[in-house]
Design a protein around this ligand. Sequence first.
Ligand SMILES: CC(C)(COP(=O)(O)OP(=O)(O)OC[C@H]1O[C@@H](n2cnc3c(N)ncnc32)[C@H](O)[C@@H]1OP(=O)(O)O)[C@@H](O)C(=O)NCCC(=O)NCCS
Length: 183
Amino acid sequence: MFSLPVQDNALLRPLEVWHAEEFAAHMDRAREHIRPWVGAGFISQDVEGARGTLRRYAERQAADGARLYGIWLEGTLVGGVMFTDFNAALGSCEVGCWLEPAAEGHGVVTRACHTLLDWAFTTRGLHRAEWHCRADNARSAAVAKRLGMTLEGVSRESWSYGGTRHDTQIWAVLADEWRAHTG
Ligand SMILES: CC(C)(COP(=O)(O)OP(=O)(O)OC[C@H]1O[C@@H](n2cnc3c(N)ncnc32)[C@H](O)[C@@H]1OP(=O)(O)O)[C@@H](O)C(=O)NCCC(=O)NCCS
């Protein structure tokens, strides 16, 4: 099974069904921190729920769709990055991410997303990658900006959480912009 170095002490690997127990333990550390900012379906409560999330991603990956990757910092699963959507026929994808609190502030998510975007644009020849976040999610927007994405617009009151409807920011980077950003 492959693993890519994200930085000296951090590895990026596919996050798969056999990680269910490790993913559930990580979710116990991450759940309340990420709950306001990610899709409700991503928040699992126990090992069976965690296995269900991993299985859904595995099934979508088998159809060349969404994909999920974990980040291990000092040997502990601390978060990850994903293609929440991947459509080779349309030439577009959407990237997402999450971390447990102790892993924030090291740059691991920006670097891991860089790896996903390189693969999408270079290996797979996609044309466009999007990033969706709640408009008040400053840390998430900062990652999109660091990746060279442009804020294209706001989908108004499209994100329901805790009885309130929030705006969603849509960020994106195009293939030639990615080459300029990384070149
Ligand atoms: C969004 C989220 C993953 C961002 O985490 P993060 O730690 O800020 O992002 P990174 O891993 O890229 O790290 C960036 C931080 O590391 C610092 N850093 C250190 N070395 C760095 C490097 N080489 N490259 C980039 N940043 C680096 C940056 O300065 C930044 O810290 P700062 O915000 O204090 O300035 C995290 O806040 C989170 O999980 N939030 C809850 C879930 C969520 O919002 N998910 C996204 C849904 S759209």
